[in-house]
Ligand binder design. Structure first.
Ligand code: SF4
Length: 335
């Protein structure tokens, strides 16, 4: 199942003003692909996911744009149509597995509830059998489906959350920070499991994370977000080797290298993300960008092709401004 997001705009409309959380976001994910949506906390990654699922928390609102899942514009479905569409076509593994399960309900009851809601011909026994099959698929003991969440470890809870997302056989899966709060060995197991699901079930995966190394391990393509906008997209290897946008360059340069000495100084991006109630005009990254020029302060750079399959939103990348110190893939000479 493919996903096309066109000019998506999402605001949180508050008394203090509109928080412009997602502004004019456009991207496409081909069926069977696995894509990482990356950026620092508050950049709008999860808001994009909740908008796609039409589950934006109040006072979030889709102000414009289209969300096409295999030609169905889900931004225009009525609530009942969307309820039927959600979980059967597109599902989400929610952030925070440790707290996402209801502690007073058996895990099987929480999983079968979605199955029974979406398939009126399915019996309770059949739903439990399907839950056992899914437990096996994610490497869990099927005899434990009737346990309570407190009887599960963190990694098991995350696997149970993945089972819940797979309950109605969705073709598109959004995984929102699926490894947060898990130790590194369990993180690796969960990411391997997601890769297996993509390969074996033909699921299309959108992985939301701030961890570039997780994306490098799991995804074919990566979209980098900054302050509610997509600033660079492309194949994982291409972006890691030749980032064009100064923000992407900074992110990639901040990854520690195992080839360098242990006392290496990590690169960092000065400043902090802007307040989206009043984002800076022009390029939203300009207050933190060391290459900033006058044009950047007034004109928002569009996302343009810089090489086949690789796009960046920067006036340097489009050639509208020049700086001798900037080059694709280079950042402070530290890479
Ligand atoms: Fe920096 Fe200007 Fe490019 Fe924005 S458009 S990233 S401010 S050089």
């Amino acid at each position: 199942m493919s996903l096309k997001v066109e000019n998506l705009v999402v605001y949180y409309c508050m008394r203090r003003g509109d928080c412009k959380a997602v502004e004019d976001v456009t991207f496409e994910i081909q069926a069977g692909d696995s894509v990482g949506l990356v950026g620092e906390s508050g950049c709008g990654k999860s808001t994009v996911a909740f908008a796609i699922l039409r589950m934006l928390p109040e006072p979030g609102e889709i102000m414009g744009g289209h969300i096409l899942l295999d030609d169905v514009d889900i931004a225009t479905l009525d609530p009942e149509e969307m309820r039927n569409f959600r979980w059967t076509q597109i599902a989400m593994v929610f952030q925070g597995a440790m707290n996402a399960l209801n502690p007073i309900l058996r895990v099987s009851d929480q999983i079968t509830e979605a199955m029974l809601r979406h398939d009126s011909e399915l019996t309770k026994d059949e739903a439990k059998e399907k839950t056992k099959d899914l437990f096996k698929l994610v490497g869990m003991d099927p005899d434990r489906i009737d346990h309570y969440p407190f009887e599960f470890s963190g990694g098991m809870k995350q696997r149970a959350m993945i089972v819940m997302a797979l309950a109605c056989d969705p073709k598109f899966l959004i995984a929102d920070e699926p490894t947060t709060a898990l130790d590194v060995t369990v993180q690796a197991q969960i990411m391997a499991l997601l890769q297996k699901l993509v390969a074996e079930l033909g699921i299309t995966l959108m992985l939301i994370t701030h961890d570039l190394s997780v994306v490098a391990e799991t995804c074919n393509n990566v979209f980098i977000m900054y302050a509610g906008k997509i600033v660079e997209t492309g194949a994982v290897l291409e972006i890691f080797q030749h980032p064009w946008h100064p923000y992407a360059q900074g992110l990639i340069s901040s990854i520690p290298s195992i080839e360098k000495s242990s006392d290496q100084t990590l690169a960092s991006i000065p400043g902090s993300p802007p307040n989206l109630l009043d984002p800076p005009p022009g390029c939203r990254f300009h207050p933190r960008c060391k290459f900033v020029q006058d044009l950047c302060k007034t004109e928002d750079p569009p996302l343009l092709d810089v090489s086949p399959g690789h796009r960046a939103a920067c006036h340097l990348a489009s050639g509208r401004i020049k700086d001798d110190k900037w080059a694709p893939g280079k950042e402070e000479g530290k890479r």
